[in-house]
Design a binder for this molecule. Structure first.
Ligand code: G3H
Ligand code: 13P
Ligand code: ZN
Length: 322
């Protein structure tokens, strides 16, 4: 049965992004697949008084079941209130690839959807994004489009090199599609291996500045923005893992981006690393333990600390809920 996100206490991203642009910060968009991740995200965002976008990928929908995720997001609104702060919470489809999937999420209580047509031709990307916008806007659901292709694995399509967003296309794209925000490719990439050892871990803030000049005040989204904290990589390797040369985006570059037109920053991999590091350490320290709460609990605590630190020190979203 169709349900509006408004009945669930969720919000779309429009007011969130307007505030982020006005105050020079980025709203965190954290992916979740299970209860502990969701709890940690909400705990951290309530503690730091930050708005938040809960992101669900199609992989997450397959893993956790879309009905359960939807009710978890609905529960998150109540959970935040119980923790003492009514923060704005959006439920967002990450990397939607078809009109049908986007429609189904709109009908299912999502307040925001991404249609990622970046692997299509420019014209096909526009046509697909237009159709999603037409449907979503009828229900006041906001839409994120994408121009440019990130290197690494995106939607199961793997690309060795970045196809940077061409600044001369952005104005035409947002005008023709009517999308509410735009994901761009400026050198970030998905996963924990974003740069080769010895490579300068730099993103193209010059392209971002050029894009901002063409569409001033329009909300820009940065995917692939995990910074891959080395303390987690070291813990994982120390306690039996094997993650060689995992390198992410330096935090100071993300901070610069967040102060500009970037008003949504996507982080998934750092959460995976924090959880894995905490669980591996727990298993090594207490090999006799077999109660899942004894290892998922510390993993959730580590996640909460990490998200709170991102909000305070990287995105600048801490303290923005008054
Ligand atoms: O953009 C990719 C996100 O990190 C989601 O990853 O498709 O493995 O859930 P996933
Ligand atoms: P990371 O893999 O860098 O965390 O990026 C996540 C993302 O972009 C989700 O859409
Ligand atoms: Zn992404």
């Amino acid at each position: 049965m169709a349900v509006s996100y408004k009945e669930l206490g969720l919000v779309n991203t429009r007011a969130m992004f307007a505030d982020a642009i006005k105050n020079g910060y980025a709203v965190p968009a954290y992916n979740f697949n299970n209860m502990e991740q969701m709890q940690a995200i909400i705990q951290a965002c309530v503690e730091t008084k930050s708005p938040v976008i809960l992101q669900v990928s199609s992989g997450a929908r397959k893993y956790a079941n879309q009905t359960l995720l939807r009710y978890m997001a609905q529960g998150a609104v109540q959970f935040a209130k119980e923790l003492g702060c009514e923060i704005p919470i959006a439920l967002h489809l990450d990397h939607g690839d078809t009109l049908d999937l986007c429609k189904s999420c709109v009908d299912y209580g999502f307040s925001s959807v991404m249609i990622d047509g970046s692997h299509h031709s420019y014209e096909e990307n526009i046509a697909l994004t237009q159709r999603v916008v037409e449907y979503a806007h009828k229900y006041d659901v906001t839409v994120e489009g994408e121009l440019g292709i990130l290197a690494g694995v995106e939607d199961d399509v793997s690309s060795e090199t970045h196809t940077y967003t061409q600044p001369e296309e952005v104005e035409d794209f947002v005008k023709k599609t009517g999308c509410d925000s735009l994901a761009i490719s400026i050198g970030t990439s998905h996963g924990a291996f974003k740069f080769k050892p010895g490579q300068d871990p730099e993103i193209r803030l010059d392209i971002l500045a050029e894009i901002e000049k063409r569409i001033p005040g329009f909300p820009i989204v940065l995917h692939g923005a995990s910074s891959v904290p080395q303390e987690y990589v070291e813990l994982i390797n120390k306690f039996g893992g094997k993650m060689e040369a995992a390198i992410g985006i330096p935090e100071e570059q993300l901070r610069s981006a967040a102060k500009s037109a970037v008003c949504k920053i996507n982080i998934d991999s750092d959460g995976r690393l924090a959880m894995t590091a905490a669980i591996r350490k727990m298993f090594a320290d207490q090999p006799g333990e077999f109660d899942p709460r004894k290892y998922l609990g510390p993993a959730r605590d580590e996640l909460r600390k990490m998200y709170a630190s991102k909000n305070k020190n990287v995105l600048g979203s801490a303290g923005m809920v008054k």
